[in-house]
Design a protein around this ligand. Structure first.
Ligand code: NAD
Length: 485
């Protein structure tokens, strides 16, 4: 057993220990062993980070967009250079299959940085001539210091999704990755120095939500908070930020439906996508569908084909190339998900496959592995079908017609993402328009274009990220009116 890696904060261009000298243990989900020590930063570290950001802001904001973009491009290239090492680190830290980290998480981090580097140089300005009297134009100016707080499920992917637009438009940033999966963001901090990001432009402060995250939210210098995480934390952040009128972008939880109409003739690839939409990343993606609504006319046949595929999923060592699912991120989350399965049983669910801890390589694992679980027999109003579980768990619900499908899909407090599967073009447009979700996929899932608005409605959040929405969020518009006569 090697000694745990010690992570550092990045403040004012320097890697440093937390001022209080305290650290948190970071566990490897596949084994439960401690493999890293993460700074347990507090308000004094956040104060230092915010002061560095405030100092760095004017110079970075005045740097031409092309030069800012070039630094982000260099950072993207460094992440690309370290692709394999970062994928290994992400997998070890979060429990996700390394193959998924290689295919999705790390390439997406690169894409986020490159996308916003390009986007900012091609962002059109707005002008509104008032005939011969005057000319209005809109300046989009950076806010100053932006706070970025991200969760554990897609660590580097979501960390870069926030810092890239914030930095591209000229803000200085104080960022906090999840204390449960801090490792790749810590490495990004080191790479940002090599990329030539000026000191203080990006500050990364590690620590818990209540101690470190809250200090970022509360800091006077931090003008906006871009947060991705649970609805409960989002509500707490909204309450603390409101008296200071901070700008907020909140990307929160979901209880997403996938709606399967009888008219859809399934190919094997489609079935694979529907299975993935429930179980990719152990179901720990905010966009995963945990309610699978199936039209009654095909319910029995669909269920059998679906179950055959779910039973074929391999839960195993995240480092093994053939593992479809790895371990859940933490012991606490593992216990929560197992508790949700027990609750489903208590509510009267029939467990069709899975239903408990997974064995790995034919034996009980030390880590936090859960079987892909499918249940049926619960009403949409049950707690199982209303509360976010965020694990490898799907509940099958039959429906009779389009109206019922829409009512069931919308019958939740959340509104992040829905997918629908139909061969009928008119139905696809009709249903997509009626669904109360920020994202609707038709005959696909998690097909992402970084230019599109991303985010949810209802309890799934406020505001949108992605494309020009993110550039707008991280800037303040200023109207300038120039008299011509
Ligand atoms: P979480 O809310 O527990 O933590 C998210 C981040 O917020 C962490 O960095 C945490 O340390 C920090 N935090 C906690 N309390 C805080 C406080 N009072 N002030 C400031 N920061 C605080 O969420 P999680 O368990 O890490 O992530 C899982 C959740 O994230 C799920 O609900 C999932 O649906 C959601 N999620 C949403 C999206 C989306 O785009 N809508 C994407 C991924 C994950």
């Amino acid at each position: 057993m090697t000694d745990p890696i010690t992570l550092h904060n990045l403040i004012d261009g320097r890697l440093c220990a937390p001022l209080g000298g305290r650290y948190l243990d970071v566990h490897e989900p596949a084994t439960g062993a401690v493999f890293a020590r993460c700074p347990a930063s507090d308000a004094s570290d956040v104060e230092a980070a915010a002061a560095a950001a405030r100092k760095a802001f004017p110079g970075w904001a005045a740097t031409p967009a092309e030069q800012r973009a070039a630094v982000l491009e260099r950072l993207a290239a460094l992440i690309e250079r370290e692709h394999d090492a970062l994928a290994d680190l992400e997998s070890r830290d979060s429990g996700k299959p390394v193959a998924l980290a290689r295919r999705m998480d790390i390439p997406r981090a690169v894409a986020n940085l490159r996308f916003f580097a390009h986007a900012v140089t091609q962002w059109p300005s707005e002008a509104h001539p008032m005939e011969a009297h005057a000319l209005n134009y809109t300046l989009r100016q950076p806010l100053g210091v932006a706070g970025c707080i991200s969760p554990w499920n897609l660590p580097l992917y979501l960390f870069t999704w926030k810092i890239a637009p914030a930095l591209a438009v000229g803000n200085a940033v104080v960022a906090k990755p999840s204390e449960i999966t801090p490792c790749t963001a810590a490495r990004l901090g080191e790479l940002s120095i090599e990329a030539g990001l000026p000191p203080g432009v990006l500050n990364i402060v590690h620590g818990t939500g209540p101690e470190c995250g809250q200090a970022i939210v509360d800091h006077r210098a931090v003008k906006a908070i871009s947060f991705t995480g649970s609805t409960r934390t989002g509500a707490a952040i909204a309450a603390s930020a409101a008296p200071r009128f901070k700008k907020l972008s909140l990307e929160l939880g979901g209880k997403n439906p996938a709606i399967v109409f009888a008219d859809f003739g399934f190919g094997e690839a489609d079935l694979d996508t529907i299975v993935r939409s429930g179980f990719a990343n152990q179901g720990e993606i905010c966009l995963c569908g945990s309610r699978l609504l199936v039209q009654r006319a095909i319910y029995d046949e669909f269920r059998e084909r679906y179950l055959a595929r779910v039973r074929a999923l391999r839960v195993g060592d995240p480092r093994a190339a053939d593992s479809d699912l790895g371990a859940l991120v933490s012991e606490a989350h593992y216990r929560k998900v197992l508790g949700c399965i027990d609750r489903a049983r208590a509510e009267g669910a029939r467990v069709l496959t899975g239903g408990g801890p997974a064995t790995v390589g034919g034996r009980c694992a030390d880590g936090w592995f859960v079987e892909p679980t499918v249940v049926e027999g619960l009403s949409n109003a049950s707690a199982t079908n209303q509360d976010e579980i965020f694990g490898p768990f799907v509940s099958l619900i039959p429906f009779d017609d389009e109206d019922e499908a829409v009512a069931l899909a919308n019958g939740t407090d959340y509104g992040l993402a829905a997918s629908l599967w139909t061969a009928d073009l008119k139905r696809a447009h009709r249903v997509a328009a009626r669904l109360e979700f920020g994202l609707v996929w038709v005959n696909c899932w998690l097909l992402r274009d970084l230019r599109t608005p991303f985010g949810g409605v209802k309890q799934s959040g406020v505001g949108r990220e992605g494309g020009s929405e993110a550039l707008r969020f991280f800037t303040e518009p200023k109207n300038v009116c120039l008299a011509l006569g």
